[in-house]
Design a binder for this molecule. Sequence first.
Ligand code: SF4
Ligand code: SF4
Length: 519
Amino acid sequence: MMKNLRRTSQILFLLVFLILFIQTEYKGKDELGLPVRLFLDFDPLIALSSLLATHVVKKIFLLSLVTIALTFFLGRVFCGWVCPLGTLNTVIGYFRMRRPSRNPDDGNHPRMRKYKYYILVFILVAAVFGWNAAGFLDPISITIRSMAIGFNPAINGLVRAFFEFSYVLAVPGISPAMDSLYSILTGTLLAFEQPVFRQMIPIALIFSAILALNFVAPRFWCRYLCPLGALLGFVGYRQLFARVDVDGEKCVSCHMCNRSCQGDATPFPPGQWTSSECLICFNCKDVCPASAVRIHPSMKKTGDGKVDLQRRHIIATGVAAIAAVPLIGLGETGKRHSPDLIRPPGALPEDEFLRTCVKCGECMKVCLTNGLQPAFNQAGLEGLWTPVLVPRLGYCEFYCNLCNQVCPTGAIRSISLEEKQKIRIGLAFFDKNRCIPYALGRNCGVCEEHCPAPGKAITFLIEEGIDRSGKSFELKKPVVNPDLCIGCGICENKCPIVDKPGIRVSSINESRADYQLYL
Ligand code: SF4
Ligand code: SF4
């Protein structure tokens, strides 16, 4: 019965996760409802690493104390009953568990349980020294990022291709119904526009590899690699309320409990249950043919199992983390600011931003124009997968402030639309070899038309031009007013020179910079 309850809980939390994920998207309203960041708000690894890296206690992290309290009393129920990545691993790992094998401990590798603790130590020590690497390996962050950047574009593309195909077929009676269904889906389940992301393939492949590891061992990620699992294992080590107790007299040594254990917590042999690894899945109790397993509150210790952690390895991991911090800062970006490092409006100053952003990708998912993209080398290794605006792909819409509504860590500050509209994220420059009035001597004016800045940041210098028939005309050469330009990128995005535009936005002159352009 408890096993079924656990399964129901997993399905329900996965559904909630998917619903929140789908609604973290522009659906015609300026204010989003509850975004999927809610799951990150309950994530103690994100809270702890951010606290260590930034020394700032954020109110929102108080929710992670709920997870800590639950774990303290009940053990790793978050991993076993709530975590969406854990649930996906459970589903795929189920097929691995059912594989027939002569080895009674097939798929169990207790000696590998320690690796996740070393990963946790690495993350926390690096955070103390200023590198917040938790976002790369936190399971909630990985899941949101992979779904938003890796899978969402592919799913949207496939569904849209299917409906376009049915439209082309024009089957009487069916195609009109498909059209109506498509309109319903575009307002609800599908993205506002077909999203496209740089690096969507590597991000999707990494997630696929995590899922594929279930064929090596069920819930491989959760058992051996997950740093959040390690943190919760540490917190819930002494839990009193869900202790697995195997009666040695009834046990028939069939190993069924070990084979079905989600966490590789070694309920067999009796007395070797390892509380920090137990996901309270109730499989062992359910599967035991001799009814030797009980899971109950108890003051008595019911298992002596330990994770084989060695002090010298912990110290070596800490030293490696300390050494890694200056190394990841090495690179071109340390010497010269990248012109492509255009951060979303409201982003914290760059150093703080890097320490605070957990690369969850929510801001990129909600970005109205698909302009926010995961960074590759614009901010060095430290900034991998953090958001940058790529005006060629999408501009920052003047009347939108969705990205700052979803950021779970405050890397993009929560600001009003009025405040957002005054923030400079870059500055536009004309390329006189490409801009039509300069290069070809003809009028254009598309950039000026689209510029949303109050008072227009693009104005014209009037000169005399000569047309092809030799007549003179008023040639309007556009110029940028750096006092008014907010760097939103719409000019670059809409420039009719589509391959290499006549106007480009770069990050210089942004409001948050500690240097200002001498203009
Ligand atoms: S404020 Fe700009 S960058 Fe942020 S989501 Fe809206 S359009 Fe995208
Ligand atoms: S800036 Fe974007 S990627 Fe970074 S934590 Fe905020 S929402 Fe997530």
